[in-house]
Design a protein. Structure first.
Lengths: 591, 425
């Protein structure tokens, strides 16, 4: 079995885990991160994209509000290119009259969240589709964020600081010595399975950090520790039009469907909040979609009649404290658990809960505790360290179109919806195990537009197949530690900065091992991605999106006959996940 | 009244300019009827492979291609459009289509059974009639293939095609040529490239390059962009210059072979004096005493009413925009609000798999018709709903034409049958 020695092992490649790896590496620790699929495959890649101003929490949870505005200001600097400065409105709709708006203003003042009331006329000038029957509007510094790009950029920063990030490495057991009874139990690392290569790896670490969010309880259970982390499902609906360029929140106690976030080319209505048993396979019920559309109409009348692109669900980790003893653990909206103190299990920390906006702070507190465990004190520097790409400045919606027009790259587009060029895809694919095209989707937004992969799936398969034939992934599948300069995350999303190579690069000589060939089968890539896209459109297929779906059928069945390709029996590690049944069922009412 | 009304000049108003509407118009005009075709926009011909799929797969055994659809028609269920039409009408309609395309200078070819033609991903498409330029790709023949692509062309990947053909026992290899042999334009839209190849001076250079690549005994597969207006001459000239049989492989939309077919039929209709108006969307209708009185269209200035003796709904179902639906799971036919056999509940529309062998149930439903292709009462298949209304093509209930690869076959034969019925009146 392959062995790796490290100081800190981080389990989980979401925003939090990646942030922990970045922070720990910057403080000089030797860090290895494992993620069982792609970075952001879990909750981080399935949220609505709101960069909180804190306004949402000023009444309900002032401590969270203070943290949010603090982190909001930091992330706008450290992750500038991942954030669009949309600003945010809190609007009082006819349903929201009452004492809340005044409490909101007081709460903003008390927590330091900047808040200015503006006139309805001014709000409507800025957002003409906003409900004209609103009675008050408060402006706050909300924003929208690209959690895929931000995590990739953080990961790149972590790599540059020396961290090793291993994706498609699934945890199957913790290495434990000693016995819980006499208080000598200790986590020494983990045994993981490398899904791309099909072999196991043993990672020995002085400290293991569990950053698996809604899955945290499953990981602690491997050490015999029971904690209560309940997965809270949030369903979101992406509308085909931005409708708004400003984040709009209802000015009331946080509830279902009370926020619209313009992010990239869509407007996301979010969210529901349902406790579920399994964080893995999430059904989207018809009532959830209907509720999002109805609530969206209260902020933007008529929004429900616009075309819906997709629906999806993420799981919040809802941590429930059941530890009665005195604690110096951080007890905020995130939970930082010292298992040495709580459960007599040394070398093991869990960080869970929280929200994307506070991921950096969570990482800071976690690594503070980690340093203490490792018997040292080293200051955190992430608040003043920019990740790669920040030099591009704040995100703006038109950047891809601008670059494509400036450089006359129209002929290079392989995803017209999201303006992805061939070179962007090729460069992303070179650095990816490409177990599924969904990995490339997270890198460059392939297939995320109105046609949901109708045109780009075929093209991406053709391009990735050509790279495979040229031996790009010979040996190391590109998913091990890259030389920091090799994978230019900063330019990943830029049409202008991705230059096509005339012929795909040959694999380098030191990549000696061969990959498991099944993972690079073009027919499997095609089937998996079409199915992955299908899963997310099923809950919202009607009207024009149904017509679009029929066109996609025309292309893949009638024109390409892709349902009769060879290798029909092959499956990938993701095939089963994509096959989970999300067809609408008859549960039209809320359970 | 603030609508314009156009009164009764036409014997037949055809709604939709896809294959079903065009075929009906052609056949009716040949029988001496005055025909007016209106369509919202470009029909789905512009998205298809340009072949005539009659029946590629049976729902019950969808893993294996149908060898000869003419022998398989009798196995279809009674409610299937082909069963309503009967094998004799299916054959007669297809024969007329061959005559139409031959006369229009875009000849189609029938084989002995379904052709098996390589797709742009290297699967083998079972199809009944193929444009002449695709026929040499028939995978039932043993001659090895050379699949040639063009660097930078985003909708054609010869190495992928060749690899998949090889896995299916079809000997094939791949090669790339510079796209500059066709065009130096920045935009690589297939239609633009096909236009570029209409120019004879490009044929020699491309033909020479192909001749250098090809080995004796090989046939050459190329992306379907060998000319648009002057396709026949382009294909012949390239074939001669290359010194080998050339065949086209249809690409993603926009479809060059489909566009050629649309243009060829439209020319034939023009010669017959049929008016084809694009950009006119039928949005509702008025009925009285069991007859359609007029159809209202959305035009730029104000609504317009079109009336005719008879009406053909050929608006293409979900794909063509003939049906609309909302999040409550209501599916409706847009112009006449005809009853649909589609389940009126979204939970019954789909299966968990995108490529389920039995297709998505929502696309099985449509307008139920009498044996004479007239929309019928939901409970009585012998009873027409309106005395002067017919339906053809994608709107028809009882088949999922994309799933079973019968899209063009059902369209052509049902459109033809409506015209025959009208001509007999």
């Amino acid at each position: 079995m392959k062995r790796i020695e490290t100081e800190i092992l981080v389990i989980g490649g979401g925003a939090t885990g990646t942030g922990v790896a970045w922070d720990a590496a910057l403080r000089g620790f030797k860090v290895v991160l494992i993620e069982r699929r792609d970075l952001t495959h879990g909750t981080t890649g399935r949220y609505h994209g709101l960069l909180h101003s804190g306004g949402r929490y000023v009444v309900k949870d002032p401590q969270s509000a203070v943290e949010c505005i603090h982190e909001n200001r930091i992330l706008r600097k450290t992750h500038a290119h991942c954030i669009e400065d949309t600003g945010g409105f809190f609007v009082v709709t006819p349903e929201d009259e009452g004492p809340y708006p005044d409490k909101f203003v007081e709460g903003c003042a008390a927590t330091g969240v900047p808040c200015h009331e503006i006139s309805i006329a001014a709000a409507l000038r800025r957002e003409p589709l906003l409900n004209p029957r609103i009675s008050r509007v408060f402006e706050v510094p909300d924003g929208s964020s690209d959690s895929f790009l931000a995590t990739h950029a953080t990961a790149q920063a972590a790599r540059q600081a020396g961290a090793q990030l291993l994706i498609y490495h699934e945890l199957y057991s913790l290495i434990i010595e000693g016995a819980a009874e006499n208080g000598t139990q200790r986590v020494l690392g983990a045994r993981v399975h490398d899904a791309a290569k099909g072999h196991d790896v043993e990672i020995r670490a002085a400290l293991t950090i569990n950053a698996t969010g809604a899955w945290a309880g499953q990981v602690t259970a491997m050490a015999g520790i029971r904690i209560s982390v309940i997965p809270g499902k949030g369903t979101m609906v992406a509308m085909n039009h931005r409708a708004l360029n400003t984040v709009v929140n209802r000015c009331k106690m946080p509830a279902d469907g009370d926020i619209i976030v313009p992010v990239h080319t869509v407007a996301v209505i979010g969210t529901t909040d349902e406790r579920v048993a399994d964080p893995e396979n999430l059904r989207i019920e018809p009532w959830e979609v209907n509720l999002m559309l109805e609530e969206g109409d209260k902020m933007v009348p008529g929004l429900s009649r616009a075309r819906v692109v997709r629906a999806w669900a993420g799981v919040r980790p809802l941590y429930q404290e059941d530890y009665a003893g005195a604690s110096r653990d951080a007890t905020r909206k995130f939970a930082l658990l010292d298992h040495r103190e709580r459960h007599n299990v040394a070398g093991f920390i869990t960080i869970t809960g929280g929200k994307w906006t506070t991921f950096r702070l969570m990482a800071e507190k976690t690594v503070d505790m980690a340093a203490e465990h490792l018997g040292t004190r080293r200051p955190c520097t992430t608040a003043s360290t920019s990740v790669p790409g920040t030099q591009q400045g704040a995100y703006w919606l038109g950047h891809r179109l601008h670059e494509i027009e400036e450089n006359a790259l129209q002929g290079e587009l392989i995803c017209e919806c999201e303006l992805v060029t061939r070179a962007m895809l090729e460069n992303a694919a070179r650095q990816n195990p490409t177990i599924t095209l969904d990995d490339l989707r997270r890198d460059v937004r392939l297939g995320m537009g109105p046609c949901q992969g109708g045109f780009c799936t075929y093209r991406a398969v053709g391009i990735v197949h050509a790279l495979g034939q040229a031996g790009v992934w010979q040996g190391d599948a590109g998913h091990q530690t890259h030389a920091a300069e090799e994978w230019d995350v900063a330019m990943m999303q830029s049409p202008a900065h991705n230059v096509a190579e005339s012929s795909p690069q040959q694999g380098t000589a030191d990549r000696a091992e061969t990959c498991t060939p099944r993972l690079f089968n073009p027919n499997l890539l095609l089937r998996d991605f079409l199915q992955e896209r299908w899963k997310g459109v099923l809950p919202i297929l009607w009207g024009r999106q149904l017509k679009q779906e029929r066109l996609d059928e025309l292309i893949y069945l009638a024109v390409l006959n892709a349902d009769h390709l060879p290798d029909a029996a092959l499956t990938s590690p993701l095939s089963e996940f994509y096959r989970f049944d999300t067809t609408p069922n008859d549960k039209e009412v809320r359970a | 009244m603030n609508t314009n009304t156009s009164r009764g000049e036409a014997d037949l108003l055809v709604i939709g300019a896809g294959l079903s509407g065009l075929m009906a118009a052609w056949q009716a005009a040949r029988a001496g009827l005055r025909v007016h075709v209106i369509a919202k926009g470009a029909p789905s011909l512009h998205w298809t492979a340009g072949t005539v799929d009659v029946l590629g797969y049976m729902a019950a055994a969808s893993a294996t291609a149908v060898a000869d659809p003419m022998n398989a028609l009798s196995a279809l269920p009674g409610y299937h459009p082909y069963s309503l039409l009967g094998a004799a009408q299916v054959r007669a309609a297809l024969a007329d289509f061959l005559a139409l395309t031959e006369a229009a200078g875009l000849p189609y070819v029938q084989g002995d059974g379904n052709w098996l033609l390589p797709s742009a991903v290297g699967a083998l498409r079972p199809t009944w009639l193929t444009p002449q330029a695709q026929a040499a790709g028939d995978a039932r023949r043993t001659a090895p293939m050379l699949i040639v692509g063009f660097s930078g062309l985003r909708d054609f990947y010869p190495h992928l095609i060749a690899e998949n053909l090889g896995k299916q026992g079809v000997p094939a290899r791949a090669a790339m040529l510079p796209l500059e042999l066709i065009s130096t334009a920045r935009d690589r839209n297939a239609i633009h490239l096909a236009h570029a190849l209409d120019e004879p001076q490009r044929h020699q250079a491309l033909g020479r390059a192909l001749r250098q690549l090809v080995q004796p005994g090989e046939r050459i597969g190329l992306p379907a962009l060998l000319g648009l207006e002057d396709h026949g001459a382009t294909w012949a000239a390239l074939q001669s210059a290359a010194g080998a049989a050339l065949f086209e492989i249809p690409m993603l939309p926009p479809s060059v072979p489909g566009t050629r077919l649309f243009q060829a039929i439209r020319r034939s209709l023009r010669d017959l004096g049929v008016r084809v108006d694009m950009g006119i969307e039928a949005i509702r209708s008025h009925t009285a005493a069991g007859r359609i009185e007029w159809v209202e269209t959305a035009t730029s200035a104000r609504p317009m009413r079109l009336s005719a003796a008879c009406y053909l709904l050929a608006s293409g179902g979900v794909l063509g925009g003939g049906f609309d639906s909302d999040h409550t799971g209501r599916m409706r036919e847009v112009v006449f609000d005809l009853p649909l056999t589609v389940p009126q509940r979204r939970s019954h529309w789909f299966r968990a798999e995108f490529m389920h062998p039995a297709g998505q149930p929502v696309f099985q439903g449509g307008v139920a018709v009498t044996a004479a292709m007239q929309p019928c009462h939901p409970d009585d298949p012998a009873q027409p709903l309106y005395a002067n209304l017919w339906a053809a093509g994608g709107v028809l209930a009882g088949a999922d034409p994309i799933q079973e690869r019968s899209l063009e076959g059902i369209a052509l034969t049902s459109g033809w049958a409506v015209a025959q019925a009208l001509a007999r009146r």
